[in-house]
Design a protein around this ligand. Structure first.
Ligand SMILES: Cc1cc2nc3c(=O)[nH]c(=O)nc-3n(C[C@H](O)[C@H](O)[C@H](O)COP(=O)(O)OP(=O)(O)OC[C@H]3O[C@@H](n4cnc5c(N)ncnc54)[C@H](O)[C@@H]3O)c2cc1C
Ligand code: FES
Length: 253
């Protein structure tokens, strides 16, 4: 059950140009939070009505706090980036379904601002795992993943790791798995889905579609499914409510 309340910001730092890491303290929300779920953050400026969805990056159950890592994209995230330790933020969550925690040899793939949610998944997955992180140019957070598996990087400009995308890195290093988990921009997820199908690997994708209500009421975030929904008889599903994580075989991208 999602909780709506003001949460205390216990730290906020810039970790790369335009990318911020924020810890929020709220024992009640943390007690329910799972990797792959997200929070809706409300702006303090009431002109910005819609909440902004941000994935849960890390959970510290002992301290009752959780970490969000976000890129400044527009007015809302710009407002969040100006908040300081001791400020509060109205949040709703945890929302969405989260990743299934299978005990199978895994490849975790994060692309750009889809990297943060893979960190808590890497911590909670109790299995052999390779972690593939794809960037345009500047890398961030890759050190955070080191304790949880072998980390492989790709950059589009070739400044670090394999020059190219995450699939280029997987092929270059000959990584093998029984299951793939991924989050990132849609073109990357299309590539991951195609790779998983080609290799016959089970695959879960977290979609970051534009959202409005975040709770399943407005249908702003639908994506196309392979099968028709039994109740509505359409090939649609809501990313905020039924997702954001889907088996790649269930959805069309
Ligand atoms: C499930 C989910 C998880 C996400 N997790 C992260 C994360 O961990 N880190 C991160 O940096 N970004 C994440 N995003 C993207 C983030 O929500 C947008 O960058 C942010 O909402 C932009 O808000 P803005 O006010 O700064 O930009 P504006 O463009 O001014 O936003 C205007 C409106 O569009 C919506 N919107 C704009 N871009 C997006 C987008 N890409 N996705 C969803 N809604 C959008 C906003 O909610 C807002 O209502 C996630 C998106 C989704 C759907
Ligand atoms: S954002 Fe409203 S239904 Fe998903």
């Amino acid at each position: 059950m999602a909780i709506q309340k003001r949460a205390l910001i216990t730290s906020q730092v810039q970790i790369a140009p335009g990318i911020f890491s924020m810890w929020l303290k709220d024992a009640e929300i943390v007690a329910q939070a799972k990797p792959g779920q997200f929070l809706s953050l409300y702006c303090n400026n009431e002109d910005r009505l819609l909440p902004r969805p941000i994935s849960i990056c890390e959970i510290n159950a002992a301290e009752g706090s959780l970490r969000l890592v976000y890129r400044v994209a527009g007015k809302g995230t710009e407002e969040f980036s100006a908040l300081k330790k001791g400020d509060t933020l109205q949040v709703l969550g945890p929302l969405g379904n989260g990743f299934p925690l299978e005990k199978k040899k895994a490849i975790l793939i994060g692309g750009g601002i889809g990297i943060p949610p893979m960190l808590e998944l890497a911590k909670q997955l109790d299995c052999e795992k390779s972690i593939v992180l794809g960037y345009r140019d500047v890398t961030f957070m890759n050190d955070n993943f080191q304790p949880y598996g072998e980390v492989y990087l790709s950059t589009e400009d070739g400044s670090d790791g394999v020059k190219g995308n995450v699939i280029d890195a997987i092929r270059r290093y000959g990584l093998k798995a029984d299951i793939i988990y991924a989050c990132g921009p849609t073109p990357m997820l299309k590539g991951v889905k195609a790779y998983a199908e080609e290799q016959g690997i089970e695959c879960y994708l977290s979609l970051e579609e534009r959202m409005a209500c975040g709770i399943g009421a407005c249908l702003a975030c639908v994506c196309k499914t392979k099968e028709k929904d039994h109740h509505t008889n359409v090939q649609n599903t809501r990313i905020c409510k039924e997702g954001p994580v889907f088996a790649s075989s269930e959805i069309e991208l």
